[in-house]
Design a protein around this ligand. Sequence first.
Ligand code: TXA
Ligand code: MG
Length: 330
Amino acid sequence: MQRNFMHTIIGSDIETAKTWLMNGEVVAIPTETVYGLAANALHEDAVLRIFEAKNRPSFNPLIVHIANWRQAKEYVEHVPEKAKRLAVAFTPGPLTFLLQKRNTIPDLVTAGSDKVAIRIPNHPLTLELLDALDFPLAAPSANPFGYISPVTAQHVLEGLNGKIPYILDGGAATVGLESTIIGFDENEHILLYRTGGISAEQIEDLLKEKVTLSKLASEEHPETAGQLKSHYAPHTALYVGDIDELKKQFEGKRVATISFTKQFEGIDEAKQFILSDNGDIEEAAKNLFTVLRLTDKLKVDVILAEHFPDEGIGRAINDRLGRAQAVNKV
Ligand code: TXA
Ligand code: MG
């Protein structure tokens, strides 16, 4: 059943968020990566409401957010030695661990998998909220399924107004891209499932070991491959490449551009978005989703984006741009 709240309230009151969550409702929460759509991870009915509000297929599992690593013991069987070292170095922070689950975690949260995704978000309001609750929070990004992840409370409201009672406003996300997701093979070698706020290089430097790129089960699911390609996608067609070349293909069309530092001739300046004037890749990452939303509202025919330097968080930017364009090309 679709739930209907007359007004979704935006506020920064932890008590209000806590009360809704204890009643099995869904609340949007701030994190350093993107806003999450949270509910009691131990309560199946509450978790179902996340899927309903987001219009997300229930075979796509959810990340479980906890306040500290002591709590993890209740939800996972075993934390590998390397995970502990990564946790000390990078958490609270944008790194999610896929670990063997205990049966305290409902199957609905993991879509039947025996592994659960665990993360400690680095946001003061959400850490305080998690501390005040006696259950962890299952939360996907707080966007309608397939659209761009929200990095402000206002973005959440744009997509989910009336579907949830409360948005806990913690300001603009400081990282701006989703967490990096890692797991372990049977030899406890690191598998990188999604690149995000912590780069592969940071993990490799710490562990002195190469990571192996891997795919999330949800992305291999044959029936959903088409849908999942549309992840992070604006409604406007988006193309990634050399903008000076691409702009020739779209002469006579209304064009917006997304670039790292560069401006382009022959395109309306008001429709050119530079993600970081001084070439700071972290700042570019932080601005990406906001700019994708802005360009999507401009009523242009196409959005042209350039490739970013393929290192560090630049790889995560390129990954998100690649996913945003895929759906428009088919
Ligand atoms: O930064 C983030 O990770 C944000 C904030 C809110 O924490 N969350 C987020 O959640 O991006 P979501 O659901 O939009 O993306 C999580 C991805 C999905 O592709 C999901 O399929 C995968 O992680 N995932 C979650 N649990 C899993 C599991 N048990 N096994 C395999 N994949 C899993
Ligand atoms: Mg998402």
